[in-house]
Design a protein around this ligand. Structure first.
Ligand SMILES: C[S@@+](CC[C@H](N)C(=O)[O-])C[C@H]1O[C@@H](n2cnc3c(N)ncnc32)[C@H](O)[C@@H]1O
Length: 242
């Protein structure tokens, strides 16, 4: 895999996101996505892994990835070429300039956003800082991505997103529920530094949009029904130092 000093190297959060995709592999294969998208592709580790997970059965799938950091897009290009995966790469802020073309077309979206709580003025600055700087509660970029995801996802679209406890994942699920999305935690992982939740969102046509006070119980309910998946928990492993 290619690397660059100004590009985020795959870390615990990237591994947890790919583990979530692996845990959901059978569903992904049955899902037959036509278009998969990553926002904030960094090194390309996640979208390349998704392409490898879909493998031969993913023949004909189109991949598109964006990053605000031009070096990241270059590294992703090299990583995907090395694995023989074709991809459209765009240097842009989230999906600016693509929304009209991709509206309602994305079947699988993966996002490991900058989620670390930081001063607001660190968000979106050039280079590696934009990899983690998430502003207040680490939510500045996440809160911009969610409505974009809603516009781009197809009727059967799924979103897999990394969040940190400090981001208030249950509130994120409530917010998405108001837009008509069901959610569940596919992987939850605690490291020395952080507690990560990989949440999967899908359009749930049984949810009445903007229905009040359903979401928190929905989130906890989904947490309880997915307790077996917590067996995927992987403790801090010195081999995974970032
Ligand atoms: C935590 S890193 C994740 C990188 C890679 N997806 C992974 O999991 O290893 C977040 C990535 O999002 C990119 N990013 C930050 N703000 C962005 C924005 N507004 N639009 C697009 N990409 C952004 C960063 O440059 C960085 O590559």
């Amino acid at each position: 895999m290619s690397s660059h000093q100004e590009v985020y190297e795959p870390c615990d959060d990237s591994f947890a996101l790919v583990d979530a995709l692996l845990a959901d592999r059978n569903n992904l294969l049955e899902h037959h996505p036509s278009l998969c998208m990553e926002i904030g592709c960094g090194s390309g580790y996640v979208i390349t892994s998704l392409a490898l997970i879909l493998g031969q059965e993913g023949y004909g799938v189109n991949y598109i990835a964006t990053d605000i950091n031009p070096h990241a897009v270059e590294v992703t290009r090299k990583t995907m070429v090395a694995h023989g995966v074709g991809v459209e790469l765009v240097v842009t802020d989230i999906a600016a300039g693509l929304e009209e073309r991709l509206a309602g077309l994305v079947d699988v979206m993966v996002v490991n956003p900058p989620y670390v709580p930081t001063p607001e003025d660190e968000v979106g600055v050039e280079g590696i800082t934009s990899s983690w700087a998430g502003g207040e509660n680490g939510r500045s970029v996440i809160d911009k991505i969610l409505p974009v995801a809603d516009r781009l996802l197809s009727e059967k679209g799924w979103l897999y997103m990394v969040t940190l406890t400090a981001n208030n994942p249950s509130e994120i699920c409530q917010q998405m529920r108001k837009k008509g999305y069901g959610s569940k935690i596919v992987v939850q992982r605690s490291t020395e530094e952080e507690s990560l939740h990989i949440i999967k969102f899908w359009r749930d046509f049984d949810i009445e949009k903007d229905e009040p006070n359903q979401s928190a119980s929905g989130f906890i309910g989904s947490l309880l029904t997915h307790i077996p998946l917590f067996s995927l928990w992987r403790g801090t492993n010195s081999d995974n130092k970032c």
